[in-house]
Design a protein around this ligand. Structure first.
Ligand code: ADP
Ligand code: ADP
Ligand code: MG
Length: 503
């Protein structure tokens, strides 16, 4: 067997994605090196890696976001390459620059490309130049309130105000009328400043009844770029993906091919290399517009792997090592249908309040054909408060979409996580919904479902109160009061507090 160019890869991340990369390394005969914060001393990625080095205090800035500490470890352990996972430093051009300077292979594109794609305005300008259709709106950040009003009237309401450096669904605001413009701008600017340390904001036309559909691409150092089809990511909450699937039940073959070709052209135009995702927003008439490009592995990459059989992490490592792509466009033949549920430590009955703590009992779906569970947890693990609440990604595959959905429901019904609240019950509601089953949904699906649940919930409570009498009523009220108190404490602390790294 030929020895692979890298002997050691440092994984600058945690949780399920660190575990995912460790698995690929091990299968390739590469030694995976983990890093961990104080909160993660007993985390699964630390247990699975060959070597693991401490980063110190748990706050992201002192651990997984600390370039200096991570690079020192990479040099000390003589890792030839660094895999950033997603989130944290994955799209930080400074880290890439440092790696380039130190001669460590960054498993991702060049710092130049990471920088262009990291700013939504810069990437829109680059795509416009390359003849890629972008969402109508401004290319430059908005200067002042006068320009804000002028542009909104020119573009036409509704419009979206977007933080130039935004990510993870933050720094976005829908504005329906002129009277809301100035106050919305102030809100987005302050969120952008606190989350991204950059208060610049630009404007896009809000595409109505939108779909988020993205194309996975792979590009090597020899100028070859291929696409691996699409992922439908329109099941979103607060502009963040919750459930993803491929193929999209909304696309036709002609649009799919066109989007694939445009995504390849977008990547070629910036001399992209690595795995990457070109995100599009698609309107009800299947017109599609470039939204942004994510220059890293995506949280939802497994659904593409399930239908193509291509291991995207291995491809990323091979590309970084200077190897040519393993397959041509013609050889990519997706088969069947795949779904992914992002299972979070959150309480769906309490406005998705984070629910960190100890997992006292865990029984993951015990297998069966077509089920994959990418996770970083185990029984006894304490889910830290400091990071993204993603516990596990449950992925199903089926010959048909219907089979993939039924299989997912079967796996969800087997899944037991006790000790903390999770979003498992919420996924059952989504998957049972007739509109989801028909594939008849857009990005408003969850907001509509929550309205439905609110209405049903109120009716249920009233019936229960009438039936069970005063005692239950009093008990319920005190329980509800307690829940409300917890919720308001959480809101006071700020929803985003401690969860600034939502991917
Ligand atoms: P995915 O599809 O992988 O879930 P998204 O398309 O939702 O990712 O994009 C989220 C992007 O925002 C990611 O690149 C993530 O790294 C980035 N991100 C999330 N939160 C923050 C943050 N607080 N600061 C900077 N970037 C962030
Ligand atoms: P982030 O970097 O936070 O992922 P995106 O620009 O990718 O930001 O947008 C996040 C989500 O917001 C999209 O997936 C989509 O649902 C919605 N969105 C963004 N821009 C538009 C738009 N112009 N029209 C309609 N929906 C949009
Ligand atoms: Mg996005």
């Amino acid at each position: 067997m030929e020895t692979f160019p890298f002997k050691k890869v440092l994984i600058a991340n945690r949780g399920e994605i660190a575990v995912r990369v460790i698995r690929a390394c091990r299968e390739m005969g590469i030694i995976p090196v983990a890093v961990f914060s104080d909160a993660d001393k007993k985390a699964l990625h630390v247990r699975l890696a060959e070597e693991a080095y401490p980063l110190g205090a748990s706050s992201p800035s002192e651990s997984y976001l600390n370039i200096e500490k991570i690079l020192n470890i990479a040099k000390k352990c003589r890792a030839e390459a660094l895999h950033p996972g997603y989130g944290f430093l994955a799209e930080n051009p400074e880290l890439v620059k440092h790696c380039e300077k130190e001669g460590i292979h960054f498993i991702g594109p060049s710092s130049r490309v990471v920088k262009i794609m990291g700013k939504k305005t810069a990437s829109r300008a680059a795509m416009l130049n390359a003849g890629i259709p972008i969402v109508p709106g401004t290319i430059e950040p908005l200067l002042d309130e006068k320009e804000l009003v002028y542009q909104a009237e020119k573009i036409g309401f509704p419009v979206l105000l977007k933080a130039t450096s935004g990510g993870g669904g933050k720094g976005l605001r829908l504005v329906n009328r002129k009277s809301e413009l100035i106050s919305s701008l102030k809100l987005v600017r302050s969120e952008a400043m606190s989350s991204f340390n950059d208060e610049s904001v630009y404007m896009e036309k809000y595409i109505e009844e939108p779909h988020h559909i993205e194309i996975q691409i792979l590009a090597d150092h020899f100028g070859r770029v291929i696409h691996l089809g699409e992922r439908e990511c329109s099941i979103q909450r607060r502009y963040q993906k919750v459930l993803e699937e491929t193929p999209s039940p909304f696309l036709d073959e002609d649009t799919r091919q066109k989007m694939g070709q445009i995504a390849v052209r977008a990547a070629q135009s910036v001399e992209y290399r690595n795995a990457g995702t070109v995100e599009f927003v698609v309107d009800k008439n299947k017109n599609f517009y470039f939204l942004e490009m994510n220059t890293r592995l995506q949280v939802e990459h497994p659904v593409t792997e399930m239908v193509t059989g291509i291991d995207l992490v291995k491809c990323q490592i091979e590309i970084a090592a200077g190897l040519p792509l393993r397959c041509s466009q013609e050889e990519v033949r997706p088969r069947g249908s795949s779904l992914q549920c992002r299972i979070h430590a959150e309480d769906p009955d309490l406005d998705f309040m984070p629910s960190p703590g100890e997992i006292i009992h865990l029984r993951p779906p015990s297998g069966g054909l077509g089920i994959r569970n990418d996770t970083g947890i185990y029984e006894g693990f304490i889910v830290p408060l400091e990071y993204d609440p993603l516990l596990s990604k449950l992925i199903s595959w089926g010959e048909t979409r219907e089979e993939a959905i039924l299989r997912m429901l079967r796996a969800l019904s087997e899944y037991q996580i006790y000790g903390i609240k999770t979003t498992i019950p919420f996924f059952k509601r989504i998957l049972h919904h007739p509109k989801f089953f028909k594939g008849d949904y857009n990005t408003h699906f969850i907001a509509d479902l929550e309205k439905e649940m609110d209405m049903n919930g109120k009716q249920d409570t009233q019936i229960a109160i009438l039936a069970a009498g005063v005692k239950t009523y009093v008990d319920n009220r005190s329980e509800m009061k307690q829940s409300r108190r917890k919720l308001s404490q959480w809101k006071l602390r700020g929803r985003s507090d401690g969860f600034s790294n939502r991917f």
